[in-house]
Design a protein around this ligand. Structure first.
Ligand code: NI
Ligand code: MN
Length: 238
């Protein structure tokens, strides 16, 4: 079947960080901790963004948001409390949101959804409350739907995320310790029913021991082929 637009191009930058080129040619950075131990050498080629999406305040997700937002003039989308903090730090444009709310720009609809996790910001040793941790659904120009779960356990309301937004691609944490591991992520997939499953938040440190292979093994047979293992820095069109 011939497509009208090319699909979204996803590049994993290690940990929970992704660069997305949308079918309409916009760029989105998600949880841009681009100095993570698994970031690709050429990570600097992925630092331009129209939008930066931050799921929660922990340093491994907030990452280099302030400097990236300043250099790229990106609009930052995050929980209200995080945007209040980032605005004080000098980001040019921030959109404070909360769960269930959407922000539409350039034909892309960003919706903040639930996540079961904590959220705080470490500001040079001072801990600042970051509101609640969240996930994001991004409905792109061609109708494809990305779901980035942030850090979370599995929760039964993922059924609603599946029902309302019908995610095409689900980016799910599988490392364990701070989030789901493959056993829980496999249940999350059965609730979300995504076409493509991308594991993240694993391999950064030895403690984040889950792997895409272990996820595949934990999944029901009909979902196993949907797991796509991305290599940091290697872009893939969907
Ligand atoms: Ni976290
Ligand atoms: Mn994390």
């Amino acid at each position: 079947m011939k497509k009208k637009m090319s699909g979204p191009v996803l590049t994993w930058l290690g940990h929970a960080a992704f660069h997305v080129r949308t079918p309409g040619g916009k760029t989105i950075l998600i949880d841009p901790w681009i100095s993570n131990p698994r970031a690709p050498q050429m990570v600097s080629t992925f630092t331009q963004a129209n939008f930066i999406v931050v799921t929660h305040g922990h340093g491994d997700h907030l990452g280099e948001t302030v400097s990236l937002a300043r250099s790229s003039k990106a609009t930052v989308l995050a929980m209200y409390e995080i945007i209040t903090y980032l605005t004080k730090k000098g980001i040019p444009t921030g959109v404070g949101m909360n769960k269930g709310g959407s922000y539409v720009a350039d034909g892309i609809r960003f919706t903040m959804v639930d996540a079961k996790h904590s959220s705080s910001i470490d500001d040079n040793g001072v801990t600042i409350p970051g509101g609640e941790a969240a996930g994001f659904v991004m409905e792109l120009e061609d109708g494809s739907v990305l779901y980035h779960a942030g850090d979370t356990s599995v929760f039964s309301d993922m059924v609603l995320i599946g029902k309302i937004y019908k995610p095409t691609i689900a980016m799910l944490p599988i490392g364990g310790l701070y989030s789901m591991d493959p056993r829980e992520a496999a249940v999350a997939c059965s609730l979300l029913k995504p076409k493509v499953i991308v594991g993240m938040h694993y391999g950064t440190y030895p403690a984040l021991a889950g792997t895409p292979a272990a996820l595949r093994k934990a999944l029901a047979p009909e979902y196993r082929k949907r797991v796509v293992e991305l290599m940091p820095g290697i872009s893939r069109e969907f």
